[in-house]
Write a protein of this length. Structure first.
Length: 430
């Protein structure tokens, strides 16, 4: 069962220079404290005491993931939507009032993943990883992008690509989600068995690694770093250890497709969204297996003969460090280390919310996961909430859906919304 930090402990995590500890066991985390009464704080967003969620920019379109430069400039990946091309939006707060006052938009292709390297910005479209030359202190690139990788698969589900740079060894990780829910012979059909073996695993549902010093690569030029990862939309390299972490979307429709085996409650609460250390060569089991938060075990999927309790081939699959609540849809992660700023060591995870949870939706928040010794402690707490605008029964009713999260100089936490492209900056009030 999850160990949840109290609201007071959540505040201490942010205001102390070392990660704190949670207390109490419960199925859901407590809400954060109510927002401060500072006039320019967004009254809808609840954050720990002493902090303020200000609207940094009121809307740039289909915003996705974020990257922050050393000088505090914010770069936002914007996806294509509704016939409009995305690209990159760069935001600067010139006068230090906590709001963007300069905006630059560029790029011909929209994307979701974004990362800043030495003199470059990397953007992941649905089919490629591009590198734009970007000098320190500049909001716009100095030239056209180079194509690091092209031809990445994007058919059907989970087309967006996530990326994370490993600057120490000159490589970039690319998360490539699965094209289906559970690799069934007929997708998302009640009672239909899964393909065995699942050929989708050979080119999707994993994390690939490519060299950043080489252009014009195809997927076959990279190496599959980890397999059986249904959709690692949130990936990040630990800034001190160089290890890769991911938060993985679990599968959908256990109850809808297999009602004889799973109750409606099971369908809403299972499987976990997996927070995991991704080691080279690891296999997390998709589509054959999923993580059951009730038993903290990998169990056999019903498409492959499972009944909700059987382990079978899943006994040898990689396990998550933490099983987070089902169908919250983790879409971005930022890891902080060294006790810098107002934070201790840990990770922020932005949850987008999912359609596959009923009767009441959950997620639509940002979670804090403390680390100790380079590893998550097993505890977590909700850091920022209220983005959805209240209790909702469908993701279509949400006011905002957190999609990106990043930490800037001094510890300010930036959160993006995919619906209108609103950006918040969470920092000490005053």
């Amino acid at each position: 069962m999850l160990r949840i930090a109290s609201r007071r402990a959540a505040a201490l995590l942010l205001l102390a220079s070392a990660a704190g500890c949670g207390s109490g066991d419960t199925a859901q985390p407590p809400p954060p404290a109510q927002p401060p009464t500072t006039p320019d704080c967004d009254p809808a967003i609840a954050v720990p005491p002493g902090l303020c969620a200000r609207v940094f920019h009121n809307g740039i379109g289909a915003a996705r993931q974020l990257a922050v430069a050393a000088n505090g400039d914010l770069f936002v990946a914007v996806r294509n939507r509704g016939g409009q091309s995305g690209g990159v939006v760069a935001l600067r707060d010139s006068d230090g009032d906590g709001r963007s006052d300069r905006t630059e938009s560029w790029g011909d292709e929209g994307g979701s993943g974004i990362a800043l390297g030495d003199g470059a910005l990397y953007l992941a479209t649905n089919t490629a990883v591009l590198r734009y030359p970007l000098a320190a202190g500049s909001l716009t690139p100095s030239g056209a992008p180079e194509t690091i990788v092209s031809g990445l698969p994007d058919e059907r589900n989970h087309a967006s690509k996530s990326i994370a740079l490993h600057p120490a060894d000159g490589t970039i990780f690319v998360g490539i989600g699965s094209p289906s829910n559970a690799c069934q012979e007929i997708p998302r059909t009640a009672g239909v068995a899964g393909k065995d073996p699942c050929g989708e695993r050979t080119y999707r549902a994993g994390i690939w690694r490519f060299a950043t010093g080489r252009t014009g690569q195809r997927q076959s030029d990279g190496e599959r770093f980890a397999a059986g990862v249904r959709n690692a939309a949130a990936i990040a390299v630990h800034p001190e250890t160089g290890e890769l972490f991911a938060v993985v979307h679990g599968r959908d429709q256990l109850a809808q497709l297999w009602p004889a085996l799973y109750s409606d409650s099971d369908g809403s609460e299972k499987p976990s969204e997996e927070f995991a250390l991704i080691e080279e060569g690891a296999d997390f089991g998709w589509p054959y297996c999923y993580h059951d938060p009730a038993t903290n075990a990998k169990v056999l999927a019903p498409e492959y003969g499972g009944d909700g309790t059987k382990t079978g081939r899943c006994a040898d699959m990689a396990m998550p460090a933490i099983g987070l609540p089902a169908h919250w849809a983790p879409n971005a992660m930022a890891i902080v280390a060294g006790g810098s700023g107002t934070h201790g060591n840990g990770a922020f995870v932005a949850f987008h919310g999912s359609w596959n949870r009923s009767p009441v939706q959950a997620g639509y928040n940002v979670v804090w996961i403390p680390f100790a010794g380079g590893r998550p402690t097993g505890e977590w707490s909700v850091f920022a909430d209220g983005f959805a605008g209240g209790q909702i029964a469908s993701s279509s009713q949400a006011d905002n859906r957190p999609t990106g999260v990043a930490v800037g100089p001094g510890g300010a936490v930036y959160v993006s919304d995919s619906l209108r492209g609103r950006i918040w900056r969470i920092a000490p009030a005053g």
